[in-house]
Design a protein around this ligand. Sequence first.
Ligand SMILES: Cc1cc2nc3c(=O)[nH]c(=O)nc-3n(C[C@H](O)[C@H](O)[C@H](O)COP(=O)(O)OP(=O)(O)OC[C@H]3O[C@@H](n4cnc5c(N)ncnc54)[C@H](O)[C@@H]3O)c2cc1C
Length: 553
Amino acid sequence: MAQEPITEIDPASPDVRQAQTYPHLNREMMERIAQYGAEEALPAGTMLFERGQRSIDFFVLVEGSIELFDYDRRQPHVFSTLEPRQFTGELHLFNDRQVLVSGRTGSDSRIIRIRRSDFRRLTTGEPDIGEIVMRAFVLRRMGLIRHGTGGAILIGPSHAADTLRLRRFLTRNGFPHRVLDTDADPAADGFLDCFSLSADELPVVVADCRNVLRNPNNAELADALGLSETLDPDHAWDVAIVGAGPAGLASAVYAASEGLDTIVIEGMAPGGQAGTSSKIENYLGFPTGISGQALAGRAQIQAQKFGAHLEISREAEALDCSGSPFRLRLDDGQVIKARSVVVATGARYRTLDVADYARFEGQGIHYAATAMEAQLCLGQEAIVVGGGNSAGQAAMFLSRHAAHVHILVRAGGLAATMSDYLVQRIAQSPRCTLHTYSEITGLDGEERLGSVTWTDVRNGTSETRPVCNVFVMIGAEPNTAWLDGCLELDDQRFVCTGRAADGTPLPSPYMTTKPGIFAVGDVRSGSIKRVAASVGEGSVVVAAIHKFLHPEG
Ligand SMILES: Cc1cc2nc3c(=O)[nH]c(=O)nc-3n(C[C@H](O)[C@H](O)[C@H](O)COP(=O)(O)OP(=O)(O)OC[C@H]3O[C@@H](n4cnc5c(N)ncnc54)[C@H](O)[C@@H]3O)c2cc1C
């Protein structure tokens, strides 16, 4: 049968994005799709799914119309009407999270209902359709984020540490939201009155009309927004991957795509350290660079497409490796059983030893320089502490937004620690100044950071500048406290791999001293601390897991 074009729109037209977000399938595709579901005739106004529900089916419209809607001040607001040969759905079809918007038939309609398990068969069995659907889902989520549709409202002073924490959590988890800054946005007062909230309860997150959370912690927020899923305590997974940075996500994609029953436990948000990078320029295949968040978002969808299960905002607190299966205890008390474990918990940032440091963390002291932090520096001076590549990238990125960027290093220069291309860019930038042999000796401010003093360690001369934002990028420590007692760690507490406790070589460079437990990425002793290296290790470790689980095969 001759193939109909999927869309008749000129690819250069600005309407292409819309056509890809809500594509029309051709008639031949409709015939193939019909084999995966059952046709139903539904009268106008039938609810197909409602915001907050889980486990929603996939609907393809044969005749009639489907209205997708959100609630605006408790009134339904239709933001898109689907025509015949279009389909419903969003990223929730790849996980079991709550659906963000509602859908109903706009007129008497005929639909093909495809159950979730059959939806997975469809996307893998019909790759051309799977590609159109996947692209549409990603674009739909981007549209929801852009317009704040189906999302949460975060209300609070934009510079407060908890507002920043909550905003970071929502952004890094790709959850649509709007921020109402109570210091600057006149609309914020109306919202506070509407929900009978006072200023000392801020920040609050309005998850939906019924659900107002006062300064929730990340796990409470994840639960209220339906980001977390209920786990079966009796289930024993083939592999539990702890950490969803580049290494953990790569392990998840390869493990799930190769048929392993896979769960990923992540304390904060997919992407890890890379997720905080404004632009990764040295990752193969992205000549103009890619933001860490975009990379992580795609990897997460890829892992979920293959069936990996992601548990977000739950930290692994302890590992019982005394028997089989291993038992992971999470910080909410849940226990996860797994026949093998991949440790991919990476590292966390080092801090400075200066008075009042903790008071200003999140109130002017940052560990990442993304678009969000850059906005806080608009037209002001900023400081980057550190001489590594992440410090160099941050300085270059911030110099596009800040009035001036001071780079502070204790050493006499950058050549030994930073890639040459960054050293050159910093040297040539009129908006960056490198201060060698310098360290921060004073932090000052009322509620948030207002000024910073640094001192030349050679002669003790100090300089104080009105700086409200300091980016501390001086390396990291491994997240291995939860492993205590199970595995051999090196003197800096990174996980030793590749050799047994008695020194004999192990069959895989990623095997730890405990059979069945593997370590990949930045957390591994001797690893190259880069995105590509972490992705590579996460991918190849899966072969060793197969061998461990099926030694005979
Ligand atoms: C700002 C910045 C910019 C960078 N830019 C580049 C670059 O341009 N190019 C490059 O190659 N590299 C770059 N890097 C380095 C790169 O990001 C890291 O090498 C890489 O992210 C390491 O990946 P990973 O998965 O091993 O660990 P991580 O990225 O550290 O991820 C570990 C994950 O585990 C989670 N976790 C930790 N403990 C627990 C626990 N107990 N339970 C559950 N979850 C837990 C964390 O929340 C985190 O998400 C950059 C790093 C930073 C900080």
